[in-house]
Design a protein around this ligand. Sequence first.
Ligand code: PBG
Length: 322
Amino acid sequence: MFNRPRRNRKSAAIRNMVQENWLSVNDLIYPLFLIDGKNKKSEIKSMPGINRLSADLLLKEIEACLKLGLNTFCVFPAIEDKLKDKKATEGLNKKGLYPSTIKLIKKNFPEAVIMTDVAMDPYSSDGHDGLVKDGKILNDETLEILAKMALVQAEAGADIIGPSDMMDGRVGFIREALDENGFTDVSIMSYTAKYASAFYGPFRDALDSAPKFGDKKTYQMNPANSKEAILEGELDFTEGADFLMVKPALSYLDVIKILKDNFTLPIAAYNVSGEYAMVKAAGAKGWIDEKRVRDEILLSMKRAGADIILTYFAKEFAQSVK
Ligand code: PBG
């Protein structure tokens, strides 16, 4: 036998030397949930360890993460029901909770990278990502609202805009609006291949943003498809996206690989709420070694080709390597 692959596994040092993929805090984005109020912290039952935080506590959380070397955050607002309407008006309110908190974060921590979410669902009384008329989700009318939303967030200081709505043409529409208003430096991380997934359940609990009727299948992708992700990638690339994202991640590793192989842009994977909840639940029962499973899952996303991972595990991973 001339080839004995085991020789490259014989010690930790050799294994490390030939290791192909590594996890690093530099690659992680930590999603955070914002609520109104002062000194308020409310647990998300289906996401152990993750809380909705008022702006003051969110600042403290970000400060703690920065000390761990975790620099990038994606903030999602939980909006009170009474502020929701069909047109997601609160999403365009420059003085609203979301933009004022982004401003506050960037004022306190200019070095932190803040990604924001563009979609109507947190503000929509219909719980959909687009404008609803006669039970249908309108595409082009929604684009106008999304672009205004993006401008409010860019003005507040967002570094990266994350359109998570899956309307056609939104990346180009938002890019144009940003550029026309002088925000040429604001990046777009497009939710390029976002699937109509059951893995978003705990997130919708967190924001109380589940659709009030129907589902999201007329805009989010069919979990059975992968070639379609290339079409979405081509559109986002030509429309000016800076990053392409696949979401969810774990059941879509092949899609991450497809985008990585077909595009030169950095690829992000969103390790979503349901993926987090499953690991936490099995870990709490003692059925799996939670930390090892966590790292193995995150590594599988890197191996598939993800340059960046959005994950609720970001802080605890940062703590574990510190
Ligand atoms: C909605 C949005 C969703 C998530 C991020 N943005 C849910 C949805 O599309 O219904 C899910 C994130 C997660 O599950 O962690 N625009």
